[in-house]
Design a protein around this ligand. Structure first.
Ligand SMILES: Cc1ncc(COP(=O)(O)O)c(C=O)c1O
Length: 396
């Protein structure tokens, strides 16, 4: 709209804002940046219930809906919500399904900041948490209480790459009338779809494998229509929705996820085997290795690959680990994972501010433990980079 009756500074607020639709069938969807859709009539006051759900961006946005549809498809879930980060997804789901006085049994090997969320925030609302070893189903059973409402776990536990029997956990939870929430960030739907194994809610930090390029922060919650509807209405009040631009980028990344992730799984498996044979490496944690304590369980739950995360142990010498990191040419130390390039992390450093040195040792985070997020590079190049850098350590 442009009018000669308006002053120039008013005109510029309106000129060019009318959509010239349809725009010749774009191959990719447009980005809907608008935080509101215009309501044309007073009767549009109940706009949302009349199907015009995009009247306000926090309520709904077409780009975010596209991501939700793709995540539901991959996870084989009925519905999904897409949040501004993995932590927004976790906190939104928890605050929605848990009430004051409830008890949660959580795996002791989950993401460190999820533990902080439980301990620093949920406990303020008189929510009880018991941490348990989820690789030992009897320990989980013993932790149940009459007010247990939720079992919370990841399937591949960080950084020791332990595998949780999600079927046994789900059976136990349901027999006690509790829900099961799985953070499946490390596994991805290409390794396992937890809803098919009994879980009620699946969460992802989409920041990792779904985004895959270390340039988008996002999260998702997937489950039944009924559960997601309930979480959705609370999510509107909590406000952690993903912005349209990031949602657009995320959907673009999801298109190539299968190609990236299957290559990453393959590289992780081959790296695990090759590092196991390296004279500087004491042992490797990866579920496809026959020596892994839950090898048979992993083969049953994840026949298409056990993810792209592995860890290995070298000499417990902090300075040498630092020298190793400096000697790597391609592989970099990142505070994230799941990207298309191989990266490492040093758990004893990453969790240094959260736990005492004794607690770190008890949790298996020795100075010589290095975590790898396998990327999509040619396997031979990555292996050669690790092999030349590993020479800083004593042979075993
Ligand atoms: C297993 C797991 N869950 C959740 C998160 C939190 O995700 P975000 O950083 O997207 O909030 C992370 C982040 O590293 C993670 O590794």
């Amino acid at each position: 709209m442009e009018s000669n009756d308006l002053q120039r500074r008013t005109n510029i607020l309106y000129t060019g804002s009318e959509l010239k639709l349809p725009v010749e069938r774009p191959e990719t969807p447009p980005i809907y940046h608008s935080t509101a859709n215009i309501i044309c009539d007073m009767d549009d006051y109940d706009f949302a219930s009349k199907g015009g759900k995009y009247y306000y961006c926090r309520t709904a946005n077409p780009n975010r809906d596209g991501v939700a549809e793709a995540v539901s498809f991959l996870e084989k879930g009925e519905a999904s919500l897409v949040c501004a980060s993995g932590m927004a997804a976790i906190s939104t789901a928890l605050l929605s399904v848990i009430e004051t006085g409830d008890h949660i049994v959580a795996s002791r090997s989950i993401y460190g900041e999820t533990i902080e969320l439980f301990d620093n925030i949920l406990k303020k609302f008189n929510i009880e948490i018991t941490y348990s070893d989820f690789t030992n189903i009897e320990e989980v059973r013993a932790a149940l209480k009459p007010n247990t409402k939720l079992l919370y776990t990841e399937i591949i536990a960080n950084p020791l790459i332990e595998v949780v029997d999600i079927e046994a956990v789900s059976e136990l939870a349901h027999s006690a009338g509790a829900l099961v929430l799985v953070d499946s960030t490390f596994t991805t739907p290409f390794a396992i779809r937890p809803l098919e194994h009994g879980a009620d809610i699946v969460i992802h930090s989409l920041t990792k494998y779904f985004g895959g390029h270390s340039d988008i922060t996002a999260g998702s919650i997937t489950g039944s229509e009924v559960l997601i509807k309930r979480i959705y209405s609370d999510s509107l009040l909590l406000g952690g929705c993903l912005d349209p631009n990031s949602a657009w980028l995320m959907l673009r990344s999801i298109r190539t996820m299968e190609m990236r992730v299957t290559r990453q799984f393959e590289n992780a498996k081959r790296l695990a085997e090759a590092l196991q044979a390296d004279p500087h490496v004491r042992y490797v944690n990866y579920p496809s290795l026959p020596e892994h304590p839950q090898h048979a369980l992993a083969a049953r739950l994840m026949p298409d690959g056990c993810g792209a995360m592995l860890s290995f142990r070298v000499e417990d010498d902090r300075n040498k680990v630092n020298a190793f990191m400096h000697k790597l040419n391609l592989v970099k130390y990142l505070g994230t994972l799941g990207g298309y390039r191989t990266s490492i992390a040093h758990p004893a450093t990453a969790f240094r501010n959260d736990f005492t040195p004794e607690k770190l040792k008890e949790m298996g985070m020795e100075e010589g433990l290095v975590r790898i997020s396998a990327g999509t590079e040619a396997f031979e190049d990555i292996l050669a980079d690790f092999q030349q850098a590993l020479t800083v350590f004593k042979t075993v």
